[in-house]
Design a protein around this ligand. Structure first.
Ligand code: DQA
Length: 147
């Protein structure tokens, strides 16, 4: 089973970007721990990060027919992107949305997610562990065969 992991804009700066909010782990370290967990679970990951909305849409579209599900931190596009939501709907794969920070206890504009209504669920506020919890949740969901 292959799972697409999508990181949105500015997440390439993790490690130095607002460490009080997002922690000190780099994106490479987060990806390493995701790959280790995927090995343990018995699945394979495709890892993708972009700062561009169109490139994120292209990566999501390419998951159709190749991946069993999508783990996504859409970052700022969470709150703005109908295009990413539409791409997720179009590929009709199970989606788990993750955030490092708890988007519901920050600025009001971060509390709305365009992705949440098309996701199986959302994990938010556990730092880098949100990704690991999200991968476990998505893997279990796919294994159960729930559409
Ligand atoms: C984020 C939360 C978003 O509001 C923000 O724009 C990000 C990161 C998070 O992981 O906490 O870039 O998705």
């Amino acid at each position: 089973m292959r799972i697409l992991v999508v990181h949105g804009p500015n997440l390439n700066l993790l490690g130095t970007r607002e460490p009080g909010i997002y922690g000190t782990l780099t994106l490479d370290r987060i990806n390493e721990s995701l790959v280790a967990l995927a090995d343990e679970l018995g699945c394979t990951l495709s890892l993708f990060q972009s700062n561009s909305e169109g490139a994120l849409v292209d990566a999501i579209q390419a998951a159709a027919g190749t991946c069993a599900g999508i783990l996504i931190n859409p970052a700022a596009y969470t709150h703005t992107s109908v295009a990413i939501r539409d791409a997720l709907t179009a590929v009709a794969l199970p989606v788990v949305e993750v955030h490092l920070s708890n988007i519901h206890r920050r600025e009001e504009f971060r509390t709305h997610s365009f992705v949440a209504p098309v996701a199986v669920g959302q994990i938010t506020g556990f730092g880098a562990d949100s990704y690991l919890l999200g991968l476990r949740a998505l893997f279990t969901h796919i294994e159960k065969g729930i559409v």
